[in-house]
Design a protein around this ligand. Structure first.
Ligand code: HPA
Ligand code: ZN
Length: 324
């Protein structure tokens, strides 16, 4: 399935950093990131909460706009090799070396340059979703939202929230989401991964987001599934991530097909590919093997994804041609 053109809506730029890239930065800057790799050099973690700690250690090496330039190019190269033609990528100022808004603009500029280069050389288009981190709390999220609001109009088109779903509630972040919405940014929130169906309801009703990151645990509440289908809410489903983190035991046990059958708009993404030993091509291959999804189903997924993308209509028209 490598050849099929793909649209990815849920990829954490920092979480897509290859282990060798992070090891290189740590060595270059003499940063002690602890024992975050296994004997084969892959990221090592026990569960989701341990994953968040490893994530934080790895991202502590990203300390300059130049680091983000290199990271953006490396990530887009990997995505393009998997057939991705359009990628919406979460970016977290919280994981950047220098976190004030002024400095963040330099980071954004570096990413924009890398994205332009990737578009010219590899034909992949990048848009960014500035993302606050739930377990860093509402105050940090406000700073992130203000930063996001200042950058609206660039390649940044959205605002979101990731992190530990079990801490605090979506409504605690309402100010930040309203601020981003007023700045013209589109909204998505991680929910229904570790938080259960009630976390999806809270993201929908309290933050009024149009997409949900993951959202798969909505399947535990069929009234909610119907509501998602009626509202046309798009789920950014990351099956390989869910399986690697132990949410479902294997690809057949994953609810993506059931959600699709029940009329929910599902899309497919990788989340943090090197952490979960995945790529977009691999996600497609596993879905084809386990669920017997064919090219027609994948084309439907790509169209749903593009319809739900946070870019402007001209960009969508241009990308749509690559799907034909
Ligand atoms: N869930 C929550 N936070 C995250 C994730 C995720 O899948 N990936 C990176 N940060
Ligand atoms: Zn995610």
């Amino acid at each position: 399935m490598t050849q099929l053109p793909k649209i990815e809506l849920h990829l954490h730029l920092e979480g897509a950093a290859p282990p060798a890239f992070i090891r290189g930065l740590a060595k270059e800057k003499s940063i002690d990131i602890g024992g975050i790799f296994d004997a084969d050099g892959h990221y090592k973690y026990k569960d989701f909460w341990d994953f968040l700690k490893v994530y934080e250690a790895a991202t502590s090496t990203l300390q300059s706009p130049e680091d983000y330039h290199r990271l953006t190019l490396a990530v887009l190269e990997e995505s393009a090799a998997s057939g991705v033609v359009y990628s919406e990528t979460f970016l977290s100022p919280d994981f950047c070396g220098n976190r004030d808004v002024g400095a963040w603009k330099e980071y954004l500029h570096a990413m924009q340059e890398a994205a332009d280069q990737a578009e010219r050389q590899m034909g992949i288009t990048l848009r960014g979703i500035i993302t606050c981190i739930r377990h860093f709390g509402p105050e940090k999220a406000r700073e992130t939202a203000l930063c996001a609001a200042e950058t609206a109009g660039s390649f940044i088109t959205g605002f979101g929230i990731a992190g530990d779903e079990k801490i605090l509630a979506p409504k605690d972040f309402l100010w930040s989401f309203d601020c981003a919405r007023e700045a013209g940014l589109r909204l998505t929130a991680h929910a229904g991964e570790w938080g259960g169906p009630e976390s999806v309801r809270a993201a929908l009703h309290d933050l009024n987001v149009e997409r949900i990151g993951h959202g798969v645990r909505a399947i535990e509440d069929l009234a909610l599934v119907d509501e998602l289908a009626e509202r046309g809410t798009v789920l950014e489903v990351c099956p390989g991530s869910n399986i690697a983190l132990g949410l479902y035991k294997d690809w057949r046990a994953h609810p993506i097909a059931e959600l699709d059958r029940r009329g929910v708009k599902v899309t497919v993404s990788t989340d943090d590919p090197p952490f979960f030993h995945t790529t977009m091509a691999r996600e497609y291959d596993r879905l084809a093997d386990a669920l017997e999804w064919d090219k027609g189903q994948f084309l439907k997924i790509a169209q749903t994804s593009l319809d739900a993308a946070f870019c402007d209509a001209d960009t969508k028209d241009r990308i749509r041609k690559t799907l034909e």
